[in-house]
Design a protein around this ligand. Structure first.
Ligand code: TRP
Length: 460
């Protein structure tokens, strides 16, 4: 299967190509924008003290996330296979080391773990669509909405049902192929989500605690920063950009040769970061106006947003619209979490796309019950970082993604010859390429390594 370096320009994807550059931008945007921006960013920022965490997170996005995203797309387009096979081909081609395939494989596994809990939380948003529609938030205060949420997540049958439904929809969409559905969903959903967030922002301003929210989000208090907080900021940057496990690499494999990887990466990272910040600007004023705890954890948006929808005019309408959009945003992300595994199973084991998606989906679905039960029957079963959910989240997001990203950027920056990477990014080797190479070779790998070592106490 491996071809010589000279013929890589001719290598073509086995799953077809994106119909246009815009289709690719939309797909990567759809992957990046999801629960990470609206559910995870506010609660992780809240748990880690706000301002200083946000600043470090932004630094991680620009200095580490962006170069790694570019590296992933360039590797994907050069290999034109699923992440496992792409790393095997490129490892062999560039260095005679097909064992680089292991990095792709660990990405596939990270995708399994992440999607298993992602689907559970996406199920929460589906359930909350119904709650919004039935007027369950109207006239409720923070305490009763908190109780409502507590009762919901404590019911493994309800949560398991929605998790099952979400996984089923994901499997169907992935079975349909590379392009079908994703493009249309993203085209409608991302702008709609932004408009709804702006409406919520108006409500957040009206709570009277907007200044407190802004201060929490942007005034850095470095005394709150620990090694674990920096690791969380790094993990969040990887998670929100969908990098470190081969998702954007898998998408890069379908990218036409003439599309600019740099422009795409900047656009996606910019949109993704703006949506996360916007979400924080909505959530924290509501938190402070109602005496809630910013460090509440994964339930944060499910206890704050219903307050807004219960009080603002036409709140039930906007509430339904918001949770539907969030569900779509989660779907377009979930698809990308499954794509590397499915493409790998199709290419390596010769299954049809449908049966590959069904099998992969079944495993992830089963694994998901560890998270479903982490909020009910297994809520008191704690080890390591906490519940099963806490451990799966920490292992995949804070460890596996940064490690995966580290290896990918080392490969693209050090192992791959300059001709090959310049060929994909900028054959003229202009200033942007040189800056990328500097970040990909030195800044990103060293920073990731230091953060990981620091979090595990090597500098104490
Ligand atoms: N970025 C998505 C979000 O913010 C989640 C996601 C999709 C993801 N694909 C990924 C995270 C790949 C890590 C790796 O919701």
């Amino acid at each position: 299967m491996a071809q010589s370096a000279a013929s890589t320009g001719q290598r073509i994807s086995l799953h077809g190509n994106w119909s246009s550059r815009l289709a690719f931008v939309l797909a990567v945007t759809g992957s990046a924008v999801g629960l990470g921006n609206i559910w995870k960013f506010p609660y992780v920022a809240g748990q880690n003290g706000g301002g200083a965490f946000v600043l470090i997170y932004l630094g991680c996005v620009v200095l580490i996330g962006l170069p790694i995203m570019m590296a992933e797309i360039l590797l994907g387009r050069r290999g034109r296979r699923n992440p496992v096979e792409t790393m095997r081909i490129l490892g062999d081609e560039e260095a005679g080391q097909p064992s680089w395939a292991v990095v792709g494989l660990s990405g596939v596994i990270a995708g399994f773990i992440i999607l298993s809990f992602y689907s559970t939380i996406a199920g929460w948003t589906m359930a909350y669509t119904i709650k919004a529609a039935s007027g369950s938030f109207v006239g409720q205060d923070a305490a009763s909405l908190g109780a409502q949420f507590g009762a919901f997540i404590a019911d493994p049958f309800a949560v398991g049902f929605w998790h099952t439904l979400f996984m089923a929809i994901t499997v169907v969409l992935v079975s349909l192929g590379v392009e079908e559905g994703i493009e249309r969903a993203v085209r409608f959903m991302v702008p709609a989500l932004v408009i709804l967030l702006l409406i919520l922002l108006a409500y957040a301003v009206s709570t009277g605690a907007f200044a407190a929210g802004v201060e929490f989000l942007f005034k850095p208090d470095f005394s709150k920063i620990t090694g674990t907080a920096v690791l969380a900021a790094l993990g969040q940057a990887f998670f929100t950009l969908s990098i470190g496990m081969g998702a954007v690499m898998a998408y890069g494999a379908y990218l036409p040769q003439d599309a600019s990887i740099t422009t795409t990466s900047f656009a996606v990272a910019g949109a993704d970061t703006s949506i996360a910040i916007l979400s924080g600007l909505v959530i924290f004023p509501i938190v402070f106006a109602n005496g809630l705890d910013p460090a509440e954890g994964p339930g944060l948006i499910f206890q704050t947003l219903p307050l807004a929808f219960g009080q603002m005019p036409a709140g039930s309408f906007f509430g339904v619209l918001f949770f539907v959009c969030l569900g779509f945003a989660a779907l377009t992300s979930a698809i990308s979490l499954m794509e590397p595994a499915v493409a790998w199973v199709v290419e390596s084991f010769g299954l049809s796309r449908q049966s590959a998606a069904a099998r992969v989906g079944l495993i992830i679905w089963a694994l998901g019950f560890l998270t479903v039960l982490s909020f009910s029957h297994l809520a008191e079963f704690k080890f390591g970082r906490g519940t099963f959910f806490d451990n799966l989240d920490f292992l995949s997001v804070n460890i596996m993604l940064p490690l995966g990203g580290l290896l990918l950027t080392v490969f693209a920056g050090w192992v791959m010859c300059q001709n090959s990477s310049a060929d994909e990014l900028d054959p003229g080797v202009g200033p942007v390429y040189r800056l990328w190479r500097l970040l990909a070779r030195f800044v990103a790998p060293v920073a990731v390594l230091l953060v990981l070592l620091n979090a595990f106490g090597l500098f104490d």
